[in-house]
Design a protein around this ligand. Structure first.
Ligand code: NAI
Length: 399
């Protein structure tokens, strides 16, 4: 159980790029990183593309005004001159900026925590992975809900054979916020999401399904996709070529099959991330609307609802417990769990502690690259007419 006591010798000196006043995701990062006072301290930032607004915002959340910088390059240069300069930076800017900023941060000797989708191409991911290794730095990726303990519970139960052999994987991440075209009222955050220059080769596949795909990999590390078929649509035509809805069918190497639905036009849907894994003996199901519960349904027996933090849960699940049973946890705790693991990973990397790094389960650069690979394969299938494609694990060649 976690109680906020230190896991590393001292808190890491942390800065943010983006995540300012108008940002959708910035506060999630801060609630995650700062939940444990012993993991990170926010001491600097280039919080906004608008330098003045960024500075005002930084001061309002308690950052020294001299360390609220007009842009990330100035921040890297100025912080490098200080003995107490930043050691790790979070990148919470639109997708198209991640690659350049991550490279600049690594070259400045910083660890990086970056938003998803990590970059546009697997090649970029491999290049940055090499750079991170050369620099001896961590790159973490914020698949937020993957820090929910139930994900580890599912992983443990599958590993222990509690559901038998996996046959069917049923994944969903949908919402309805883009059910209609908002025209001139479209928010800035939504506009860039359908601009391929800023968003990359996909909208909902990258924006939503990378989370659920990563969680499925975490839950079933042995399951590898052999081939997939993706069909994507732009129900609001102005979003084309980027999709606001997509279906993906998967065939796994062990003979299992899967499907994933991702959408931003699922009108009325407010809690749309579901994961159901069907085995030969039983099924497991998690739904973000009830994140403290896990359905365990054994064929022929009464269905069970497993509750977070109870003593019957796996020790890997309860190790990330914070509030105890009876009290609800959710997205904020999931983010805090991920950030705590980033802190432990960074500390281990700094100390050359490979054992700790190997035993930590958290979204690292490989998870980020795998997310890009997922998008590339889906787009390749969809743009060739919705055909089955081998799931390429190496550099993709256009079919
Ligand atoms: P947004 O458009 O709401 O906010 C972007 C922020 O970045 C703004 O504060 C803007 O001023 C700032 N910014 C843009 N360029 C900058 C630059 N060069 N330097 C400094 N600041 C800059 O975008 P949103 O929705 O917050 O998304 C940001 C990233 O987070 C995206 O990659 C998105 O995919 C990801 N995201 C992840 C979520 C998750 O659950 N992990 C949830 C929402 C978004």
């Amino acid at each position: 159980m976690l109680n906020g006591e230190k896991k590393i010798a001292r808190p890491l000196r942390w800065a943010m790029i983006g995540g300012g006043r108008t940002s959708q995701v910035g506060y999630k990062h801060r609630t995650g990183a700062l939940r444990d006072n012993t993991a990170f301290q926010l001491i600097a930032g280039a919080f906004d593309i608008d330098a003045e607004r960024g500075k005002e915002f930084g001061v309002n959340i308690g950052v020294d005004e001299n360390r609220c910088y007009p842009d990330y390059r100035t921040m890297f240069t100025e912080e490098a001159k200080r003995e107490d300069g930043i050691e790790v930076v979070t990148i919470a800017t639109p997708n198209g900026t991640h690659y350049e900023i991550t490279k600049a941060a690594l070259n400045a000797g910083l660890h990086v925590i970056c938003e998803k989708p990590l970059f546009f191409t697997v090649e970029e991911g491999e290049e940055v992975k090499e750079l991170a290794e050369k620099q001896g730095k961590i790159v973490g990726v914020t698949y937020g809900y993957s820090g929910n303990q139930m994900v580890l519970q599912m992983r443990a139960m599958i590993e222990q054979g509690k559901i038998g052999e996996i046959r069917v994987v049923d994944l969903q991440y949908t919402h309805g916020f883009n059910a209609t075209d908002q025209g001139e009222k479209t928010s800035a955050a939504q506009k860039w999401r359908v601009d391929p220059k800023v968003a990359g080769p996909s909208f909902v596949l990258g924006d939503l399904s990378t989370h659920t795909y990563y969680m499925s990999e975490l839950i079933m590390p042995e399951m590898k996709i052999k081939k997939l078929l993706c069909d994507r649509q732009s129900f609001v035509g102005t979003r084309a070529p980027l999709e606001d809805n997509a279906f993906v069918m998967m065939h796994y190497e062990n003979g299992a099959v899967g499907r994933l639905w991702t959408s931003s036009i699922n009108a009325g849907c407010m809690d749309g991330q579901r994961i159901r894994i069907v085995g030969t003996k039983a099924s497991l199901e998690w739904w973000d609307s009830k994140p403290n519960q896990l359905k365990y349904e054994v064929q022929g027996e009464p269905a069970q609802t497993l509750i977070r933090a109870m003593p019957y849960m796996d020790e890997t699940c309860n190790a990330d417990e914070r509030l105890g049973a009876l009290h609800q946890e959710g997205l904020s705790e999931a983010w805090a769990n991920i950030y705590l693991k980033f802190a432990v990973a960074i500390d281990a990397k700094n100390r050359g502690d490979e054992d700790t790094l190997k035993s930590l389960v958290y979204p690292d650069i490989d998870a980020g690259i795998q997310g890009i690979r997922w998008i590339e394969n889906c787009v390749r299938s969809a743009d060739n007419g919705g055909v089955w494609v081998e799931f390429e694990t190496k550099k993709l060649v256009q079919a």
